[in-house]
Design a protein around this ligand. Structure first.
Ligand SMILES: Cc1ncc(COP(=O)(O)O)c(C=O)c1O
Length: 413
């Protein structure tokens, strides 16, 4: 069959809904300054779907630093990959400041978080090595594992007994291959909001020889006393051998970083294909990241505000009888039962009649019949926003239970 013909026939699990959903449920346009109130299809909505956890996106100092850096340097600078012609003092300063903040020896910047994770996994292991990883890992971990030429063993999400079994299997294999074991998990799982069981995994180091790589995209800036992430939260920061953070969430920017031991970072610097063969982060983004990191450190009240909103929202939803699963982080999933049609009608009602913009997660990301409305609280939401939203959820839930959203058709917009 012709490739284009095949693509025409099989649009993919989400793509098959493109015709009915594009521009509304998928690829919606939120316009205006990033914040809790943004314009969607010509009307202001209360937004709960942006990972602007600390509210830094529109902080006046951030906006000023971004604007000045763009004016002073332009986005072309520097040209080339870091190794060839794209290195600057700003890049190195940011790496040093991140290392200090994370309590790690060294740091490498990544021009995209996702691509950096994939590439780091690819770079760290060879065919003699074994990867052990959590089944609910983010797509970037899965893709990194896909590149791996050696064995990989997956353990059911946060199942430490099974993880131990996989480590036993892995240990047997590397004892013959002469390879090593890399265990990969997340600090905070972005869909369910629960933490990776880092403490328990670290305890397994007493029995097994492996290195721990943690993707803490959602934990950086939100978890731990200083915001240094889930390792700090669980008191095992030093035992995380390789720490990944993104700038795309708490830092409200783009890019990411990996912090580890000096020689590991140097190895990544000289071997990681996504950084060697790609243009480095533009200077305005690096200066923007330096400003955000400065504010993150200087204003612990941003994280306190975030958690006040998180606690009010999550407790309020629980008190109202909603199932928010096992979240231990700001990520707030609200689990409901219903079809994709009902989910879209519910979201449509939320957006059009309650002026609330939140995201939904449906099959195939979650099992058929499960709907997740995913709320992301931020430091700049208010208690009034929380109350209004819980009330709206209660009203929508009554309608869902009464079958009012029942329809095989996706809501027309
Ligand atoms: C757990 C996790 N890892 C990695 C990434 C990718 O980060 P970035 O957006 O910086 O590419 C994300 C972003 O969605 C994420 O949630």
């Amino acid at each position: 069959m012709d490739l284009f013909e095949k693509i025409k026939q099989n649009r993919g699990p989400i793509g098959q809904h493109a015709k009915d959903s594009h521009g509304y449920f998928t690829f919606p346009k939120l316009e205006g300054d990033i914040g809790t109130r943004m314009n969607f299809r010509g009307k202001e909505r209360l937004v709960w779907s942006l990972n602007n956890y600390l509210g830094l996106a529109n902080h006046p100092e951030v906006r000023k630093a971004d604007t000045e850096a763009a004016a002073n340097f332009g986005f072309a600078s520097p040209m080339g990959a870091r190794m060839m012609s794209g290195n600057t003092n700003y890049h190195e300063q940011l790496e040093n400041e991140l290392s200090e903040f994370m309590g790690k020896e060294d740091t490498i910047l990544l021009n995209f978080g996702y691509q950096g994770m994939v590439s780091a996994i690819d770079c760290l292991v060879d065919r003699h090595d074994v990867i052990v990883y959590d089944s609910e890992s983010h797509a970037c971990i899965i893709d990194g594992v896909r590149l791996h030429m050696g064995k990989r063993f997956v353990f059911p999400h946060n199942d430490i007994a099974n993880c131990e079994k996989q480590l036993e299997r892995a240990t047997k294999i590397v004892s013959e291959s002469g390879g090593s074991i890399l265990l990969i998990t997340e600090g905070v799982f972005g869909m369910s909001g629960d933490m990776g069981k880092l403490k328990e995994i670290v305890a397994l180091k007493k029995k097994f020889n492996f290195r721990l790589f943690v993707d803490d995209a959602h934990g950086f800036g939100t978890m731990g006393k200083t915001g240094a992430g889930t390792g700090e939260e669980q008191g095992v920061q030093d035992e995380i051998d390789i720490y990944f953070g993104t700038f795309a969430k708490s830092m409200a920017l783009i890019g990411g970083f990996i912090s580890s031991k000096e020689d590991v970072v140097e190895y990544l610097r000289y071997n990681m294909r996504s950084q060697i063969f790609a243009k480095s982060l533009p200077v305005p983004l690096v200066i923007g990241a330096l400003k955000r990191l400065e504010l993150l450190k200087k204003h612990p009240e941003f994280k306190d505000n975030l958690w006040n909103i998180v606690n009010a929202l999550q407790n309020g939803l629980k008190d109202a009888g909603f199932n928010i699963g096992k979240t231990e982080s700001p990520v707030t999933p609200v689990f409901m039962n219903g079809s994709i049609g009902e989910a879209t009608n519910l979201i449509y009602d939320m957006r059009e009649n309650f002026d609330i913009f939140c995201s939904m997660v449906v099959y195939p990301v979650v099992p058929k019949g499960v709907i997740i409305l995913r709320l992301i609280p931020t430091a700049v939401h208010t208690m009034q926003d929380v109350e209004y939203t819980i009330d709206a959820f209660k009203k929508a839930y009554v309608k869902l239970k009464a079958g009012e959203y029942m329809s095989d058709k996706i809501a027309a917009f």
